[in-house]
Design a protein around this ligand. Structure first.
Ligand code: FAD
Length: 651
């Protein structure tokens, strides 16, 4: 039945203009055109094949990743792709690789923390991939607590060099992506020691491997840290371990961006909130061994952190929408029970229980998309303000990015797993795409700020705001709602004490604050003009589902704090059921609007035409175990059992 669209009847039910929704999802007509073109280019090129990824051994997988990364680079050069198109191409190739860290962390770190000369020297090499960089911060014994890093960088004024050293086993760099086997250079973070005095953690550009034969340079012990969770997935990445044995680097390889601003006008309370988050310093060491501290660049480091986190929020909507697309299409294909007079069974998407698990995730995918867009705007706004010496919105921007990074990645990881369960048994097959998607996504809850640690920072920001209520300083922006909460006005400094004991509750408050943020940004999106027949109405339904689902899920909190009555709770529940019925006919079109190719989805259950069963059947026969009818090992292990010869068998 090649060429038949098994989901056509579902697509015909939709009540809105799917093409217009595709543009809303992409962000703009331009973004849609670029994304559509590049995704099709990748999907149609056999060089980017990925359907066999989960059956490859680690070594085969890694070599294949190297080939794909090189092939992607060749494609980018041959087709003269712009930076935007190249980034999209890497996105649709959809394989974790050293290039992610090279482009996403190594280059931004040099841009953010390097001097003019350092940028002029290193960036052209990095842009042409004549050097490949990684970001080596985390150590075996130290992750979230960056101030605890043990690697040292001791200045030697005799030779005008730093000596980089790993004094203990726990100081071994551990986790950096690309470090294990590929990177030629690292931004390594180490405790700076000048004239015997410790000056905090700073970044250094360190060459790791020879540019001639790729062998580690003297004093470096470097390798891969081993297999990670799942098949395929993040095992394509060479997360690495590195030990330095008194490695010498020139002084000008310390990242020393100097102050560009003449006046510092960071408010003192902002410093207080940000202090625990700004752990990396950017200062200068002169050839005479003088250490010059500068506050301003520390805020620049902070800006880079905001950038990475806002991209993680954008990625969350991609990963969740992908899982939701698979689960929604398969739920429309799969039928169980309910056959009347020998007719077909019921599509599982028509069960209210399936809808109540699936549709809030569909709504979340859209909600995260829009809050991600807003965060991108916020980042641009903060960057502009920083350039004008205005640090006033930094604490709020930090709370938003840290909190939303935590909220969206946790919900996405949980959501992918829920989508796997929504697909029943077949969701557990690697060919569903969901196990690998989960395995590759779930570390997002840990890297770039462990999620609970981030929520604690948001909680601290909220407590600070609460303690200032009643003073002349009025909360604005995303915390403006606090002025309307009358009983909070009575709270005074008492909230500052006992933070640790109450931290579990405070983390819940931080989550609630972030949920409010997502809801309010979704509502703001709806206040804009949105073209296309029925598009806005669909988004309104999804927005209401997102908000009411949260209210339903946290009903206990709302009831116990007297924010709603039991009657309100029951009404919200009724409304939610009615909204699910409104989404139902549009469900397939709403996931089509993501405009994902079958290649990118990487899932038989989620394929566009819904022709699931023949494809599953065909894929099974391609498994390496099915290469022979009688398995390898029959003669040694199965036959002796069957023939009662186990006692004499050679095992
Ligand atoms: C796939 C992957 C890729 C990575 N890539 C890189 C990379 O390229 N470069 C790099 O430098 N690093 C990288 N990392 C490391 C990553 O940044 C760290 O793992 C992350 O910062 C979390 O730190 P941790 O492992 O020390 O966790 P820990 O902080 O040890 O967390 C363990 C537990 O302790 C809790 N906890 C910690 N502190 C507190 C506190 N103050 N209060 C309450 N609870 C607390 C946490 O919530 C968590 O439950 C990567 C990690 C992964 C998984």
């Amino acid at each position: 039945m090649e060429g038949v669209d098994h989901l056509a009847h579902e697509r015909n039910k939709s009540e809105f203009d799917v093409d217009a929704m595709k543009i809303v999802w992409a962000g703009s007509p331009h973004a849609f055109v670029v994304s559509d073109r590049i995704s099709k280019l990748v999907a149609s090129d056999p060089g980017f094949r990925k359907d066999n990824r989960s059956t490859l051994s680690r070594k085969e997988l890694f070599k294949n990743t190297l080939r794909k990364a090189a092939y992607a680079w060749k494609t980018i050069i041959d087709l003269h792709l712009s930076e935007e198109e190249a980034a999209k191409l890497r996105f649709y190739v959809d394989e974790p690789a050293f290039t992610d860290v090279h482009w996403g962390m190594f280059i931004p770190a040099i841009k953010g923390q390097g001097t003019e000369e350092q940028q002029q020297k290193w960036l052209p090499l990095a842009y042409k991939m004549q050097i490949i960089g990684c970001y080596a911060q985390t150590e075996l014994g130290h992750g979230s607590n960056v101030q605890g890093l043990e690697t040292t960088a001791t200045f030697d004024p005799q030779t005008d060099e730093f000596i980089i050293h790993s004094p203990t086993l726990t100081s071994s760099k551990w986790w950096p992506g690309g470090l294990g086997k590929v990177a030629t250079h690292a931004i390594a973070y180490a405790l700076l020691i000048v004239g015997g005095r410790e000056q905090g953690v700073h970044g250094f550009i360190v060459q790791l491997r020879s540019l001639e034969d790729h062998s580690p340079l003297p004093g470096m012990t470097v390798g891969d840290i081993g297999m990670k969770f799942g098949n395929g997935a993040y095992n394509a990445m060479d997360n690495g371990v590195l030990r330095f044995d008194h490695v010498r680097i020139p002084r000008n390889q310390m990242l020393m961006r100097c102050a560009q601003y003449t006046c510092l006008c960071m408010p003192s309370d902002a410093k207080l909130i940000l202090e625990p988050c700004i752990l990396i310093r950017v200062s200068q060491v002169t050839c005479e061994g003088k250490y010059k501290q500068s506050d301003v660049p520390r805020q620049l480091v902070y800006g880079a952190m905001l950038y990475v986190r806002q991209t993680i929020v954008a990625d969350a909507s991609c990963a969740l929408s992908r899982a939701v697309c698979i689960a929604t299409r398969y739920s429309a294909v799969r039928r169980q029970f309910g056959s009347q007079n020998g007719g077909p069974e019921t599509q599982v998407i028509d069960y209210k229980t399936q809808q109540s698990r699936l549709f809030p995730l569909l709504a979340s995918a859209y909600a995260f998309r829009f809050v991600g867009e807003w965060l991108k705007w916020l980042y641009a706004d903060v960057t502009q303000r920083l350039q004008a010496n205005d640090f006033s919105t930094l604490p709020e921007a930090h709370a938003c990015t840290a909190g939303l990074k935590s909220l969206t990645t946790t919900a996405t990881a949980d959501g992918i797993e829920e989508c796997r369960k929504l697909c029943g048994g077949h969701g557990y097959l690697c060919s569903s795409g969901l196990p690998e998607l989960f395995a590759v996504y779930v570390p997002a809850c840990t890297y770039e700020g462990e999620n609970t640690v981030l929520l604690l920072q948001v909680a601290r920001f909220l407590m600070k705001t609460v303690s200032q209520l009643g003073s002349s300083k009025k909360p604005v922006g995303t915390i403006a709602y606090m002025t309307r909460v009358e009983h909070l006005m009575q709270c005074r400094c008492g909230v500052q004490r006992g933070f640790a004991e109450l931290s579990a509750d405070l983390v819940e408050a931080a989550v609630a604050h972030c949920q409010l943020l997502v809801v309010s940004k979704f509502i703001e999106k709806l206040q804009q003009e949105i073209p296309g027949k029925g598009v806005k109405q669909q988004l309104e339904v999804l927005c209401n589902i997102y908000a009411l689902f949260l209210l339903h899920k946290h009903q206990g909190d709302f009831l116990s704090t007297g924010c709603i009555t039991p009657k309100h709770a029951a009404l919200a529940n009724d409304e939610l059921r009615s909204l699910y019925s409104q989404v139902r006919p549009n469900a397939i079109a709403l996931v089509d609007a993501f405009n994902y190719t079958d290649h990118y989805l990487g899932s038989i259950l989620g394929c566009y035409d819904g022709n699931v069963y023949p494809k599953l059947y065909e894929a099974a026969w391609k498994d390496p175990l099915n290469e022979s009818v009688v398995p390898d090992g029959y003669h040694q292990y199965i036959r002796p059992l069957l023939k009662q010869e186990i006692r004499t068998a050679r095992l």
